[in-house]
Design a protein around this ligand. Structure first.
Ligand code: FAD
Ligand code: FES
Length: 327
C-alpha cells in the first residue's frame, strides 16, 4: 500500500468534537417517495452547516414510540431506538424560503424496511422530528487522489451525493458505480449517460444516474439480472472491469458503501491492486454517541472499534472481514 497522508474533506467542524453535535427537532421541508425509497429533507442549519460526507444523523421515532413513559413501556425496545441514516445531501433552500449563504437543510435517503422506516416514510412536510447529528467520522480524501471512485450497492448509494459534491468542488475526477439486483430495485431512475468507459471498442454500460451525471460525475449501473444496456454482474465486477481498462492506477481512491459481502469483495480487489479503499459500515446502534458500546466493528489484530464514533467510515484494510462475516 502506498504511503499517503490524509486530509479531511473541507467543511465545518472537527470530526471528533462531540460538542458540535446538534440535538433537537427539525422540520421536514420536502419529501419524495420513489418505489420503496423515501427522501426526507430537514431544515436544520446546525447540522447542514457542520456535516461532513459520510457522517450520519439519528432520527427518533417519537410519534411512534410515544412521548410518555407509559406509552413507551408498552412498545418493543426497537421502537425507542433512534434510526441512523447517512446525510445524503446538503440541500439549498429555494428562493424566498430563506436568505443565507450558510447551508440550511440536508436530506436523508432511505429504503423502507420495517417499523421505523415505514413510520418515517408516512410523515409529511412541516412535521418536526427529533434528530441528533452530525454523528461519526466521515470520508477523507487521500493526498494525491486523481480519481475518486464511489462503489455503491443498492441504498448504499445514500451518502454519495454529498461526497460527490465535495469531491467535485475540490476538482477531483469522480465516478459512481451503482449496483442492484434488478432495475426495479434501483433507488433512482436510470438515465442515458455518456459511456463511462470502453472495452474492446464497445461501451460496457450506457445507463447512469441523473443525480450524479447532473453534477459532472460519470456513472454506470450494474444489474445482477441482465438487462439491455446495463452491465450484467455485480457492482464489484463492474468496478473491476473498469479497473482492468486502466494502464495507470496511481491516485485512485475507492469509496464503498453497501452490503458486507460486497464491501468485502471490494476490499479484496483494492488490497490486491494496492489501492486505498474506505468503506462505510452499518451496525445496529443504540445511542450513536459511543456510550452504549452496542456497535462493535471487528478490527484486525483481535480488537474492536465503535461504528458510531470511530466510523461509520473505516479504512477497508483495518477491518477484520472474516469476523464481520460471522456477525
Ligand atoms: C451509520 C448508518 C447509516 C445508515 N444510513 C442509511 C441510509 O442512508 N439509508 C438507509 O436506507 N439505511 C441506512 N442505514 C440503515 C438504517 O439505519 C436501517 O435500515 C433502519 O434503521 C431500519 O429501521 P427499521 O425500523 O425500518 O427496521 P427494524 O428492523 O424494525 O429496526 C430494528 C432495529 O434494528 C436496527 N437496524 C435494522 N436494520 C439495520 C441496518 N441495516 N443497519 C443498522 N441498524 C439496523 C434499527 O436501527 C433498529 O434499532 C444506516 C445504518 C447505519 C448504522
Ligand atoms: S451506538 Fe452506542 S456506542 Fe455505538
Amino acid at each position: 500500500m502506498s504511503q499517503v497522508t490524509a486530509r479531511a474533506l473541507p467543511s465545518g467542524s472537527s470530526q471528533r468534537n462531540l460538542t458540535t453535535i446538534f440535538s433537537g427537532t427539525a422540520k421536514i421541508v420536502a419529501k419524495e417517495r420513489y418505489r420503496n425509497f423515501c427522501r426526507l429533507t430537514f431544515r436544520c442549519p446546525e447540522i447542514a452547516s457542520r456535516a461532513l460526507p459520510g457522517q450520519f444523523v439519528n432520527l427518533y421515532l417519537d410519534g411512534l414510540s410515544g412521548e410518555t413513559q407509559f406509552e413507551r413501556s408498552s412498545l418493543p425496545t426497537a421502537a425507542i431506538l433512534p434510526r441512523p441514516f447517512s446525510i445524503a445531501k446538503i440541500v439549498p433552500l429555494r428562493k424566498g424560503e430563506i436568505q443565507s449563504d450558510a447551508p440550511q437543510a440536508f436530506s436523508v435517503l432511505f429504503e423502507i424496511r420495517s417499523t421505523g422506516t415505514s413510520w418515517l416514510a408516512q410523515l409529511t412536510t412541516d412535521v418536526p422530528v427529533r434528530i441528533s447529528g452530525p454523528l461519526g467520522k466521515g470520508f477523507w480524501l487521500p493526498e494525491g487522489t486523481k480519481i475518486a471512485v464511489m462503489v455503491a450497492g443498492g441504498i448504499g448509494v445514500a451518502p454519495f451525493p454529498f461526497l460527490a459534491e465535495k469531491l467535485k468542488s475540490q476538482g477531483v475526477e469522480t465516478i459512481l458505480f451503482l449496483g442492484a439486483q434488478s432495475k426495479e430495485k434501483l433507488p433512482f431512475d436510470p438515465v442515458r449517460a455518456e459511456f463511462p468507459f470502453m472495452r474492446n471498442g464497445k461501451p460496457l454500460s450506457y445507463w447512469g444516474v441523473d443525480e450524479f451525471e447532473s453534477i459532472g460525475v460519470r456513472s454506470a449501473i450494474s444489474l445482477d439480472k441482465p438487462e439491455e444496456g446495463f452491465f450484467a454482474g455485480t457492482v464489484v465486477q463492474l468496478f473491476e472491469a473498469w479497473l482492468s481498462t486502466l494502464r495507470e492506477r496511481d491516485g485512485i481512491a475507492i469509496y464503498g458503501c453497501g452490503p458486507i459481502p460486497m464491501l468485502k469483495a471490494l476490499a479484496e480487489i483494492a488490497s490486491a491492486n494496492n489501492l486505498l479503499c474506505q468503506v462505510s459500515l452499518e451496525e445496529r446502534m443504540g445511542c450513536g454517541f459511543g456510550i452504549c458500546f452496542g456497535c462493535p466493528i471487528p478490527i484486525k489484530g483481535d480488537s474492536y472499534k465503535l461504528c458510531c464514533t470511530d466510523g461509520p467510515v473505516f479504512d477497508a484494510n483495518e477491518v477484520d472481514w472474516e469476523a464481520m462475516g460471522e456477525a
